[in-house]
Design a protein around this ligand. Structure first.
Ligand code: TYM
Length: 339
């Protein structure tokens, strides 16, 4: 029998266990996953192999891995329905990454802006892993023959590369083995910006904790951060027009709309005659309501690892089953001895 369109879809996505999970990770990615899991088969990964591409994360990796797993479940990802697992527990990721790296021209990697940003001026000393990071990301997605990848806007370029790599492999071996994965970049908060500077994205690695709302922040911290969030001296906007020139305001409106599940136009209409102080109070209440639920559930899950660890162990077994089947087929296509 033909598979229905929904049955034929497979969603894959992941978060790096690098600490400081924030509102951008939640609104740009995890919140959308909670909706997608209702209809579609999903695999959610904690990408620890990616997290070791920057040295400063290496000694906190285990703690951060459990924290991401807890955040997934606390946000509403159902671990029975979906696969939740840790990347390094399935060897297929590294194996496929090597194979795909043999089909990835260096010119494609040279275009990746994330490497340029992260390596900074000192490119010569940057690790090879940081450079080839996007190939490992393509391997994550393609290992499961995933068809859709829900991410924030910042991952768009990596997704385009994954599509190119899938097509390059298929072309080279004249097969239709890898689906060409579609990015899903949706909602009002695909790029949540720093609370201090509307030209920079909210990021785990920003040295200023005031720049982001962490999923572990308590109500007082959230209130203070939103009160102090940068705005300007102009009144609350009356339309979306010209908001591109007011990136901090646009960001707060987008965060509000994303949490409320309404459009920025509706948010603007609602607060039109109000001042920023009032809007910020309402916004912080909205964030506190959502984040405190997630963070208290996370604390509960992290108090005793037994349940969390059992989810991850089962998850890696389920992921490994799919990965092994696909790697076997792949080796046959390449013509490796013993395949
Ligand atoms: P990471 O760990 O940086 O971020 C996890 C997810 O959060 C999104 N995100 C944001 N969305 C909106 N506004 C922001 N300020 C913001 N900051 C982060 C990211 O877009 C991402 O969806 N390379 C990936 C992890 C990865 C992956 C994969 C993702 C590895 N393999 C395969 C999908 C599929 C990353 O660094 O995410």
């Amino acid at each position: 029998m033909e598979k229905s369109e929904e049955e034929a879809k497979l969603i894959f996505s992941g978060v790096q266990p690098t600490g400081n999970l924030h509102l951008g990770n939640y609104l740009g990615a995890i919140k959308n996953w909670v909706e997608l899991q209702k209809k579609t088969k999903c695999i959610f990964c904690i990408v620890d192999l990616h997290a070791i591409t920057t040295q400063d994360n290496q000694n906190r990796i285990l703690k951060n891995t459990r924290e991401v797993a807890a955040a997934y479940i606390a946000s509403g990802i159902d671990p029975k329905k979906n696969i939740i697992f840790v990347q390094s527990n399935v060897t297929g990721h590294s194996e496929l990454s090597w194979i795909l790296s043999c089909h990835t021209p260096i010119g494609w990697l040279n275009r990746m802006t994330q490497f340029k940003d992260k390596a900074g001026k000192n490119k010569e000393r940057a690790a090879l892993g940081l450079y080839s990071y996007p190939v490992l990301m393509a391997a994550d997605i393609l290992l499961y023959k995933s068809t859709h990848v829900p991410v924030g806007e910042d991952q768009k370029q990596h997704l385009e590369l994954s599509r190119d790599i899938a097509q390059a492999f298929n072309r080279y071996y004249d097969v239709n083995f890898f689906p060409v994965p579609e990015p899903i970049i949706t909602g009002n908060a695909t790029r949540v910006m720093s609370l201090k500077d509307g030209s920079k994205k909210m990021s785990k690695s920003d040295p200023s904790d005031q720049s982001r709302v962490n999923l572990s922040d308590d109500s007082e911290e959230i209130k203070k951060k939103i009160q102090k969030a940068k705005t300007d001296s102009e009144p609350f906007p009356s339309s979306l027009e010209n908001l591109d020139d007011r990136p901090e305001i646009k960001n707060l409106i987008n965060i509000f709309s994303s949490l409320k599940n309404n459009s920025p136009e509706e948010t603007i209409a609602q607060y039109l005659s109000k001042d920023f102080k009032y809007f910020k109070e309402e916004l912080s209440n909205l964030i506190i309501e959502r984040v405190s639920k997630i963070s208290s559930e996370m604390q509960k899950l992290l108090r005793d690892y037994t349940y969390l660890d059992s989810i991850l162990i089962q998850g890696s077994e389920r992921a490994n089953e799919i990965a092994e089947t696909n790697i076997k087929e792949l080796k046959k296509i390449i013509g490796f001895f013993g395949s």
